[in-house]
Design a protein around this ligand. Structure first.
Ligand code: MSP
Length: 639
C-alpha cells in the first residue's frame, strides 16, 4: 500500500486557535481523509510549538511555569480539533522527549558537517514571527506581519550556513516543479533565494525555555530550528525506534500558511540537506482567512473562534464553507452572511433536499424499503458518476478541494433535476409504471450514497449519517476497499431506508446576525478604548520598570538635550540616552539611583542605541528624575 504523510504547521500555544488556524487543519484533514478513501496508508500529523518567547511571557503573566502553562493549553487545542473532526494520527509537542531527542540529533549532525559556527549577532528580532528581521524588511520601522516594532538584539549566537545552500535549493526547486505549490509561492521563494541567502542565527542566549544547544547549556536552539524538526521527530527520527521514519519520510506534503512558507521551503530543506536527510516531497502554502476583509487580531476584537460556530451549527457547515468557498492557495473571507448563504443554498437546499425528498418518496411509495429493480447498466446519472469520480480524484491530487467539492455538488444538482424531469409523483399514480418508479428511486439512492462517499472528506459527520440511513454500517473512511474507487455503489434492494429527518435544517439569518453583532460589538468596544487612549491592564503589565544606579554620565556631542548614562541595571549594565541635559549636570548623576523602563525597544538616537528610558516628573519648564526612597539593589522590579 502506498504511504502518504501529511502535516500541518504546529501552532503557537499562547493563544487558542481561531477560524484562520482552523482552516489550515480542516484543509489538511480533508486531504488526509480523501487519500485514505483513495487507498493510501495515510499518516497525518499536527501539534503545538511550545518553546517561544511569547509562551514564556504568557506563562509568567499567569504566574505559571512555561511547562505547566503548555500542559494546560494542549487539551484545549485537542478539544477544538476533536470538535472539528480533525482526524490526525499523531499530535506532537515540541516539549515531548522524542522531539528533543530529534532536534538535538539534527543540530549535532549539522555541527559535525561544519555548518554551524558561532558569531556575534546584532539586529532586529520580531517576537511575533519568532524571526530575525532585516532593516530593509521593516515598514515604518515595524515588522510588516505584526505591525510591531521589533527588539534590537546583540548576542553571541550559533549560526547556520544557510548561504551555502542557495544553489542546491534552486537546483532542487527547478528539478521538482511541484516541490512548492501553488506556483505564486514557488515564484516568491525562487526570487528570495536568487536575491542571496544570509547565514542565520540558530540559537538564543539568555533563555532557559527551549532545547539546549548540544554541549552548551548557555544557549537554546532557535525556535524555528526546533519547531521544523517536528515533522521528523513525530516519526521517531534520532530515537531508538525509527521504523516510522523509514516508512513515511519524506513527507508527501507540508500544509502551511503563506506567511511561513519561506521557513519550510528554504530553512527546513537546507537543514535536512546539511544533515544528509531527504527533503520533503512538497510544501503547499495556503492563503489567509480574513474576517469581513480584515485580518483577525486581538486588538481589533474581530477574532472568530471555531467553537462559536461549531457549538451552534456543528462542524460540517464550517468545514464545508471553507473547503467549498476558498480556492486552496488563495486568501478567503469569512462573513456570517456568506456562511449562511452557502449553507442554505448548497447544504440545506441541494444536498439536504435531495436526501429528504428521496427518503420521503421511498417511504411514501414503497413503505421505506428500496424496491426490487434490475436496471440495465448505464443511464445518465451512472455515466455522470464515472466522469465525476475521475475529476474528483484529479482535483484531490492537485489539492484543489473546492473544485472536487463543487464537482460532487453538481452531481447532486443533476439528481435534483432528474427528480423534476421524471416527476416520480406522477409515476406513482399509475400502477403500470411501478417498475419505472423503482428505477428512479434506485438511481437517486445510488447518487446519494456515492455523493456521501465523495463528500466524506469535506463533511464527514453528515456523510456518515446519510450512509448509515441507506443501510451501510460503520464509518465511510473504514468501509473503503482499495480499487473500489470509481465503482458506483448500488444500495442493495430490500434495504430499509431510515427516515432521519432534515440533516441540514435551514439556518435562520437572525441567529447568525446576532453572532455577527456580538463580534462587531467587541470590535467597537475595543476601538473605543483605543480612541480614549486607555491602557489595557495586560498591556500595562508588560511595562518592566526597574531600579538602576548611574555609574557614569556624560554629555552627548552635538546634542544639547541628551546625556549618556551608564546604568548598573543588575543585568550586566546598559546605556541609556536621557533627554535631561538641560536639567542635570553629568557629575550630579553619577552614583544616583533612577527608575527606568527596562523592556523598551532599543532606540537609535543621534546615531547610537539607547536601551531604555529614565522616568522623570515633568512640571512646566522643570524636570526631576524619580529616585527610589532609600538605597535599593540595582535591577529591582518596580510594581
Ligand atoms: N508555530 C509556527 C509554525 C511552526 S511549523 C514548524 C506558527 N504558528 S501559528 O500559530 O502562528 O500559525 C499556525 C498556522 O496557522 C500557520 O501555518 C499560519 O500561517 C496559519 N494561520 C495563522 N493565521 C491564519 C489565518 N488568518 N488564515 C489562515 N491561516 C492562518 O506560525
Amino acid at each position: 500500500m502506498s504511504t502518504f504523510y501529511i502535516t500541518t504547521a504546529i501552532d503557537y500555544i499562547n493563544g487558542l486557535p481561531h477560524i484562520g488556524t482552523a482552516y489550515e487543519k480542516i484543509t489538511a484533514d480533508c486531504i488526509a481523509r480523501a487519500k485514505r478513501l483513495l487507498g493510501y496508508d495515510v499518516r497525518f500529523c499536527m501539534g503545538t510549538d511550545e518553546h517561544s518567547i511569547n509562551v514564556k511571557k504568557k506563562a509568567t503573566d499567569e504566574g505559571l511555569e512555561p511547562q505547566a502553562y503548555c500542559d494546560r493549553m494542549v487539551p484545549l487545542f485537542e478539544e477544538i480539533w476533536k470538535n472539528l473532526h480533525i482526524s490526525y494520527d499523531d499530535f506532537i509537542r515540541t516539549t515531548d522527549t522524542r522531539h528533543k531527542v530529534a532536534v538535538t540529533e539534527l543540530f549535532r549532525r549539522s555541527m559535525a558537517k561544519g555548518d554551524i559556527y558561532t558569531a556575534d549577532y546584532k539586529g532586529w528580532y520580531c517576537e511575533g514571527c519568532e524571526a530575525f528581521i532585516q532593516e530593509k524588511d521593516l515598514v515604518d520601522g515595524k515588522c510588516p506581519n505584526h505591525m510591531k516594532v521589533p527588539s534590537w538584539i546583540e548576542e553571541t549566537n550559533y549560526f547556520f550556513r544557510l548561504s551555502k545552500y542557495g544553489e542546491p535549493l534552486l537546483k532542487h526547486i527547478r528539478a521538482n516543479p511541484d516541490f512548492i505549490r501553488p506556483e505564486t509561492r514557488r515564484n516568491e521563494i525562487v526570487r528570495l533565494i536568487e536575491s542571496g541567502l544570509d547565514d542565520i542565527s540558530v540559537s538564543r542566549s539568555g533563555f532557559d525555555w527551549g532545547i539546549p544547544v548540544p554541549g552548551d547549556s548557555g544557549h537554546v536552539i532557535y525556535v524555528w530550528f526546533d519547531a521544523l524538526t517536528n515533522y521528523i521527530s513525530s516519526l521517531g527520527f534520532g530515537g531508538n525506534d525509527d521504523a516510522e521514519f523509514r516508512k513515511y519520510w519524506p513527507a508527501d506534503v507540508h500544509i502551511v500558511g503563506k506567511d511561513i512558507t519561506r521557513f519550510h521551503c528554504v530553512i527546513w530543506p537546507a537543514m535536512l540537506m546539511s544533515c544528509g536527510v531527504e527533503v520533503p516531497k512538497s510544501v503547499f502554502g495556503h492563503g489567509f482567512i480574513y474576517h469581513s476583509g480584515e485580518k483577525m487580531s486581538k486588538s481589533l476584537g474581530n477574532i472568530v473562534s471555531p467553537l462559536d460556530i461549531v457549538g451552534k451549527f456543528g462542524a460540517d457547515p464550517l468545514r464545508y464553507f471553507f473547503l467549498r468557498e476558498v480556492v486552496n492557495g488563495q486568501d478567503g473571507d469569512f462573513t456570517f452572511e456568506r456562511f449562511i448563504d452557502r449553507y442554505n443554498s448548497d447544504l440545506a437546499n441541494d444536498l439536504g433536499n435531495l436526501v429528504s425528498r428521496t427518503v420521503a418518496m421511498i417511504h411514501k411509495y414503497c413503505g421505506g424499503t428500496l424496491p426490487l429493480y434490475t436496471r440495465p447498466s448505464g443511464g445518465r446519472l451512472y455515466e455522470y458518476f464515472l466522469e465525476l469520480s475521475k475529476k474528483w480524484k484529479k482535483e484531490i491530487e492537485w489539492y484543489n478541494l473546492s473544485g472536487a467539492c463543487q464537482s460532487v455538488m453538481d452531481y447532486v444538482k443533476e439528481a435534483n433535476k432528474y427528480i423534476e424531469e421524471n416527476a416520480p409523483w406522477n409515476l406513482a399514480k399509475d400502477p403500470k409504471r411501478t417498475g419505472e418508479l423503482a428505477g428512479i428511486l434506485c438511481d437517486l439512492s445510488t447518487v446519494i450514497v456515492n455523493s456521501a462517499r465523495l463528500l466524506y472528506p469535506f463533511i464527514p459527520e453528515s456523510s456518515n449519517k446519510i450512509w448509515r440511513a441507506f443501510g451501510y454500517t460503520g464509518d465511510i473512511g473504514d468501509s473503503f476497499i482499495k480499487n473500489e474507487y470509481g465503482v458506483s455503489l448500488q444500495v442493495p434492494v430490500d434495504t430499509y431506508i431510515q427516515n432521519i429527518g432534515p440533516i441540514f435544517p435551514r439556518i435562520e439569518s437572525d441567529n447568525v446576525i446576532k453572532m455577527s453583532e456580538n463580534i462587531n460589538k467587541n470590535k467597537k468596544e475595543e476601538k473605543n478604548y483605543v480612541e480614549a487612549d486607555i491602557l489595557q491592564f495586560p498591556d500595562f503589565m508588560k511595562v518592566d520598570i526597574r531600579v538602576g544606579t548611574v555609574t557614569a554620565a556624560e554629555r552627548v556631542e552635538k546634542s544639547d538635550k541628551l546625556l549618556r548614562l551608564f546604568v548598573d541595571d543588575g543585568m550586566g549594565g546598559r546605556k541609556i540616552l536621557a533627554g535631561i541635559a538641560q536639567h542635570y549636570m553629568p557629575e550630579e548623576l553619577a552614583g544616583k539611583q533612577v527608575l527606568f523602563v527596562a523592556n523598551l525597544k532599543p532606540r537609535r538616537m543621534m546615531g547610537e542605541i539607547s536601551e531604555g528610558m529614565v522616568l522623570a516628573a515633568v512640571h512646566g519648564e522643570g524636570l526631576n528624575v524619580i529616585v527610589p526612597d532609600g538605597d535599593v539593589p540595582p535591577g529591582t522590579k518596580v510594581s
